[in-house]
Design a protein around this ligand. Structure first.
Ligand code: NGQ
Ligand code: ZN
Length: 454
């Protein structure tokens, strides 16, 4: 059955009266035409977005780290949050991981994300021993993706050290740690266990410069082949200071001096950059994976977004800690952070794209595809049918045209603007609800209730 929309963002430009035909999950026709009687009709169509950075299991602890328990004078920080997070993940068994990931992926699809980059580092049992199948938890992620229909770019994480200079890992990190040989086996097993998923891709993720040395990163990039390479970088001031103290240079400089960073790379956060580093990333064609909700929640700081975009830098968005899964809110917080710090408005717009939403959505759409290792999506023949339709009756969209629809969604949608979502030709969300929401929420509830009282 073909789809017909009153208006659609086709290859970056808005067109009215668009009929989209698809077969086998792929778009086979896009024409400007009136609807045929059998067509499924919708109001506003945009291509699906990539979510380039997720730790799905952290969805289960959303809201549980918003309290200062260290005493009246103790500052809370990213590092105290990390202790809470480590305490949470220590309780999770494979069933929990799958149930939590499925909920996270339902929410991603409902918010317009059609593919997720899962930065997957929870590998072993709570005591640190590998499961009989080293890819047990990776295959749970695959099962959650399959059950929800979201596209999966799995990024198995290599984690070896507890700090800069090859410091030994801490006990709280035992579920993450592998030797390189074991990681090669895990990576192969993860590929095998996700090979049946439509469009699945497996890349690699050196966790951070704290957890992986440049020599190890070098080896990991050969394991990746042409697939994406993701790393957490320069997220926290303390991390930059430690890198300077250990190596005499800043994280992005240190990485780029040691390893050839190219357009396969996604530098996640990259919050704290010198002007030179801004320029180096932009010139390398790497994507910066921004996670504005999480970066605000964790008190990371502000990425120099307008400088980076002015240099032609490529960005994408990620939901990271999944404390709140909402693609529109990621864009909104990204822009609002810039407004609050510069005391200006419409900071991330540009002459060619005066609409903030129009600019950020298009940039994140192409940057997201690049970082997730898939061809740039879009509503065009030959592309996967990954499509989000917006509710034309939503009060913040009504009467709007063109990029004003994206601005209405991003700045004023209140989470209610997404109507339907197709991924790989399959309709998985209708009237804002994922088709398996009830069953997935019921299972999640049951697992979480047991988990938190255990
Ligand atoms: C993570 N998350 O791996 O989940 C990290 C925290 C770390 C973010 N960086 C742990 N947002 O970086 O050591
Ligand atoms: Zn992360």
């Amino acid at each position: 059955m073909a789809l017909w929309f009153e208006t659609a963002l086709v290859e970056g430009e808005w067109r009215d009266g668009v009929r989209i035909d698809h077969r086998g999950g792929v778009i086979v026709g896009v024409e400007t035409a009136g609807p045929s009687p059998a067509d499924e009709r919708g109001a506003i169509a945009v291509p699906g977005l990539g979510n380039v950075h997720s730790h799905a299991f952290q969805r289960g602890m959303a809201g549980l780290a918003e309290r200062r328990d260290g005493g009246a004078d103790a500052d809370d920080s990213f590092w105290t949050w990390r202790q809470v997070m480590y305490g949470f993940l220590d309780r999770l068994d494979p069933e929990d991981v799958e149930a939590i990931a499925a909920l996270a992926y339902v929410e991603m699809l409902e918010s317009g994300f059609t593919r997720v980059g899962e930065f997957h580092y929870l590998h072993h049992a709570p005591d640190g021993h590998p499961y009989d199948d080293p890819a047990e938890l990776a295959s749970r992620i695959g099962a959650a993706a399959e059950a929800t229909g979201i596209g999966l770019t799995l990024l198995p994480v290599f984690y070896a050290h507890g700090g800069f200079g090859g410091a030994p890992p801490a006990p709280g990190q035992r579920r993450f740690v592998n030797s390189l040989d074991d990681f090669v086996a895990l990576h192969a097993a993860a590929r095998l266990s996700t090979s049946h998923l439509q469009g699945a891709i497996v890349g690699v993720a050196p966790h951070s410069l704290r957890a992986v040395t440049p020599a190890e990163i070098q080896l990991l990039t050969t394991i990746a082949g042409p697939a994406p390479v993701h790393i957490h970088i320069a997220e926290q001031g303390q991390e930059v200071a430690e890198c300077l103290a250990t190596h005499g240079c800043r994280p992005v400089d240190w990485l780029m001096d040691q390893v050839a960073v190219d357009n396969r790379w996604c530098l996640v956060h990259a919050t704290h950059l010198s002007a030179l580093e801004v320029d180096r990333i932009a010139r390398a064609g790497a994507v910066v994976g921004l996670c504005p909700i999480t970066e605000a929640n964790l008190g990371d700081g502000l990425f120099p977004a307008s400088d980076f975009l002015a240099q032609g830098g490529r960005i994408a968005i990620g939901s990271d800690s999944n404390v709140l899964i909402d693609s529109a809110e990621e864009f909104r917080i990204l822009e609002y952070g810039q407004r609050l710090s510069t005391r200006k408005r419409n900071v991330l717009a540009c002459a060619a794209r005066p609409s903030v939403g129009g600019r950020l959505f298009r940039d994140a759409q192409s940057g997201g595809a690049q970082a997730l290792g898939v061809p740039r999506g879009g509503l065009a023949v030959g592309k996967s049918l990954d499509l989000v339709s917006l509710d034309g009756d939503h009060p913040s969209l009504v009467g709007r045209r063109g990029d004003a629809l994206l601005d209405g969604w991003i700045f004023a949608g209140r989470g209610g603007a997404v109507d339907s979502v197709w991924r790989g030709g399959r309709k998985v969300v209708s009237a804002g609800r994922h088709h398996s929401r009830d069953a997935i929420v019921a299972r999640y509830r049951q697992r979480l209730a047991g988990l938190l009282t255990r």
